[in-house]
Design a protein. Structure first.
Length: 260
């Protein structure tokens, strides 16, 4: 189903649920489905689902139940600060107000089209602000690289279809520079950052410095975010609620956005 059709169906469902007044706000699902086709880090076990029961019971009613296993950091997910910063928040400890709030969408897809290993720079963000205004304090910043168009093709999305350490060594996709991460925290007081790639650091990173910079300051990251092309640059409100795993370093994330 096309992205636009999925978004419309989701809006209709929320309208009937009383969460989106008819004719006013639109809600967009920014979450890829978890399935055997979902993109996972090359060294992580892929998502698996097994059937416990599916069918008509001996008493005559239909019943289905399934079990699944998944890595914390696969599909659309959150990186809790503890993932790269000792002593910082586990996923169950992240304050709700860091996961919900006003968001901006910084589109750097043009730069990425010229270099798939592009590092989002301070200059990129300042250029965006010249067109759309200063990023409000305590915003969630979503970075649109255009890589969402490649999901779930690992060769295009990750730069490789290899698995294991060989796959990790061959990764190629854009990410956030350390300098830009530090600037966003120091100058714009952001509370979370998201991206439509497999990592907030680019694929060729070996020290994950953007992760370390953000998470040392208890700033979480949302990765493999979907449908950013459906959002405007501003006027967005995000709700990003992860599975509440006690002591977890991350987990599957259901992230949605309201467009005013």
């Amino acid at each position: 189903m096309p992205h636009f059709a999925r978004a419309c169906l989701f809006t209709v469902a929320l309208t009937f649920a009383g969460l989106a007044p008819a004719g006013e706000d639109q809600w967009i699902d920014l979450t890829h489905e978890l399935s055997a086709d979902a993109v996972f880090w090359p060294t992580a076990e892929p998502f698996k689902m097994t059937t416990d029961f599916e069918g008509v019971t001996v008493k005559g009613y239909y019943y289905s139940a399934y079990s699944f296993t998944t890595a914390e950091h696969g599909g659309t997910h959150i990186d809790a600060p503890i993932h790269f910063a000792e002593g910082k928040h586990h996923v169950n400890e992240i304050p709700l107000d860091q996961l919900i709030g006003t968001a901006v969408v910084v589109d750097i897809s043009a730069q990425v089209s010229r270099n798939r290993d592009h590092l989002v720079s301070v200059a990129d963000i300042q250029a965006w602000e010249k067109s759309h205004g200063e990023i409000p304090s305590a915003s969630i910043v979503l970075l649109r690289t255009g890589f969402g168009d490649y999901w779930p093709d690992p060769q295009k999305y990750l730069g490789t279809s290899l698995r294991g350490p060989e796959g990790a060594a061959a990764l190629s996709f854009p990410g956030l520079s350390t300098e830009a991460a530090q600037w966003l925290m120091a100058k714009r007081n952001i509370k979370a950052v998201g991206i439509d790639t497999a990592s907030i650091d680019r694929g060729k990173s070996t020290n994950f410095a953007a992760h370390v910079a953000l998470m040392s300051n208890n700033v979480p990251a949302f990765e493999n975010v979907a449908n950013l092309e459906l959002l405007p640059a501003t006027g967005v409100y995000v709700v990003a609620l992860p599975v509440k795993i006690r002591g977890g370093s991350g987990g599957p994330l259901r992230i949605i956005a309201r467009v005013e």
